[in-house]
Ligand binder design. Structure first.
Ligand SMILES: Nc1ncnc2c1ncn2[C@@H]1O[C@H](COP(=O)(O)OP(=O)(O)OP(=O)(O)O)[C@@H](O)[C@H]1O
Ligand SMILES: [Mg+2]
Length: 232
């Protein structure tokens, strides 16, 4: 399995109050698959994703990604893992406002070992013609396309998307999901995506439902549907 999480636990402590956020999570996702994590606000979705992406650490348990035991890496190794292996896409694009579209992608490309060609990536997300614009000159959907380009330019094995369509209307969401499916197919990138929207789970190979830090349900879609077919 490409992602193999077992008995992952995480507790946040503030003063005397302990908040058990992940209570022994086990999940697996195959190479080249799309996984969706569903669950209410506060159920631990982002915490789980951040630990898989090496942005945060669990207290105990094992996280293996493509044979790397992420949970055993030291800080330097974790930085290297995050930089080389993982692309992140967020709800609010996080583009650098005073850099153009192309420059936003260059920043990541410059520090990558084997980056993809920037203009090819821009063409892939249909933003080549707007590469000299600034983020404020783009629509939300266009900004999300750029942030996807920025995440995939380093050719990551794993793309983590935290509510990538959370700020978009349904038609724009559909086009962003279509783009993610295309990235998955064309680059073989394994994708793990968080969403509140149950309908989106139809495009996933595997779905994990989180509640209060536990996986309460999970299923496999034998035939994930194309994003165009998602009914909102
Ligand atoms: N750095 C932190 N320090 C303390 N508590 C935290 C921290 N990060 C998250 N939490 C707590 O952990 C719990 C899970 O948070 P998390 O962000 O993983 O939820 P989520 O499922 O992603 O929610 P949402 O759908 O609202 O994004 C919440 O109760 C939150 O308050
Ligand atoms: Mg979250």
């Amino acid at each position: 399995m490409f992602i193999d999480v077992s008995d992952l636990r995480k507790t946040y402590t503030s003063g005397m109050i302990k908040n058990e956020v992940l209570k022994g999570i086990a999940m697996k996702l195959g190479k080249g698959e799309i996984g969706v994590i569903l669950g209410p606000s506060g159920s631990g979705k982002s915490t789980l994703m951040n630990i898989i992406g090496g942005v945060d650490r669990g207290d105990s348990g094992k996280v293996i990604v493509d044979g790397i035991e992420v949970s055993k890496l030291n800080d330097d190794q974790l930085t290297e893992y995050r930089r080389e292996a993982v692309g992140f896409v967020f709800q609010f694009y996080n583009l650098v406002p005073n850099l153009t579209v192309r420059e936003n992608i260059e920043v990541v490309s410059n520090i990558s070992k084997s980056p993809l060609n920037i203009d090819e990536v821009l063409a892939e997300v249909q933003m080549l013609d707007k590469k000299h614009r600034f983020p404020r000159e783009l629509s939300g959907g266009e900004q999300q396309r750029v942030s996807i380009a920025r995440a995939i330019v380093k050719n990551p094995k794993l793309l983590l998307c935290d509510e990538p369509t959370g700020a978009l209307d349904f038609q724009t969401s559909r086009s962003i999901l279509k783009l993610l499916q295309q990235v998955n197919r064309n680059f073989g990138t394994t994708i793990l995506m968080i969403t509140h929207n149950t309908a989106i789970s139809a495009m996933a190979n595997r779905v994990f439902k989180l509640r209060s830090g536990e996986i309460v349900d999970e299923w496999v879609n034998q035939a994930p549907i194309p994003a165009e077919g998602i009914e909102w």
